[in-house]
Design a protein around this ligand. Structure first.
Ligand code: SF4
Length: 277
């Protein structure tokens, strides 16, 4: 059987690690067949501007464009409209007494958005390339992300992790991008990780920044939370988070601790909740 030609695919999420990987590959003249970005539609506006800027750089240096793959339907369709047939004994039906449409918010054990908005469209797009080529995928895992490497080892024989080979840590990647003139308009000064702005799996610290600095996005988050069957987080709805963050600001303004038992007691009372928060 004839060997298929090699195809060097760069997986670009737009974050600091994959951006640093791409920039360093260009600098080191590593051959690139395609740069692939899967667009969930849920990136921060500054991230889309970063992708545009990076695309101009790629156009100037490699005379190619970043390939953008879109999901079959937008996020909102999967979130609230897609008909889902659940078994009669499913916890969702037990709880709501009906068959709600849409997957609702992602949970730690149900990241439907990763598969529907990223993995499936990507695989569908790559299918014809896989028939024609031997694909080597360049993945931006930093040298200090050992836990992700361990998980991937053995399972991805054709994955290449150049940042590990070049010993570039997460901090090195960010600095390298800054040195090359890519700064995401300060996103990484506010967030440790940058992914979908509406992700319910992000930390309270990140949600606090979202509430404080991105009122339009926060407003949309609240609208979505009102129309879906599944609460934003097990511990807080978007409205409840807003009450908490407002109360924190109020307490801090009055010089009171928001880490104290008194704060949590007052918060529970304001939210009308029992138990720990
Ligand atoms: S970052 Fe969050 S919302 Fe976005 S695809 Fe991953 S799990 Fe889903």
């Amino acid at each position: 059987m004839m060997n298929k030609p090699r195809f060097n695919l760069v997986s670009l999420s737009g974050g600091k690690d994959s951006t640093a990987m791409l920039l360093a590959m260009i600098e080191r003249n590593v051959p690139i067949s395609m740069i692939l970005f899967c667009d969930t539609g849920l990136e921060f506006p500054a991230m889309y501007r970063h992708i545009d800027k990076l695309n101009s750089y790629v156009r100037d240096t490699l005379q190619m464009e970043i390939t953008v793959v879109q999901p079959e339907y937008p996020f909102e369709y999967y979130f609230k409209d897609i008909p889902i047939k659940r078994k009669a004994d499913s916890p969702v039906i037990q709880k709501y007494g009906e068959q709600p449409n849409g997957y609702g918010w992602a949970g730690s054990r149900m990241r439907w958005c990763t598969s529907r908005l990223k993995d499936m469209p990507r695989e569908r797009f790559l299918r014809p390339y896989r028939e024609q080529y031997d694909i080597y995928e360049y993945v931006g895992i930093a040298a200090d992300e050992q836990y992700r490497l361990e998980r991937k080892r053995n399972q991805d024989e054709q994955h290449i992790h150049p940042l590990v080979e070049w010993n570039m840590s997460e901090a090195d990647c960010l600095q390298y991008c800054y040195d090359c003139g890519f700064n995401w308009e300060g996103l990484y000064e506010k967030f440790k990780r940058v992914s979908c702005w509406c992700c319910p799996l992000q930390s309270l610290d990140e949600l606090r920044v979202l509430y404080r600095d991105y009122p339009d996005l926060w407003k949309q988050l609240g609208i979505w939370d009102e129309i879906t069957w599944r609460k934003f987080r097990a511990d807080y709805s978007v409205k409840e988070l807003q009450i908490r963050f407002d109360m924190e600001a109020e307490w801090l303004k009055n010089g009171k601790s928001i880490r104290s038992r008194e704060f949590y007691r007052a918060l529970r009372e304001r939210l009308g909740k029992e138990g720990a928060l």
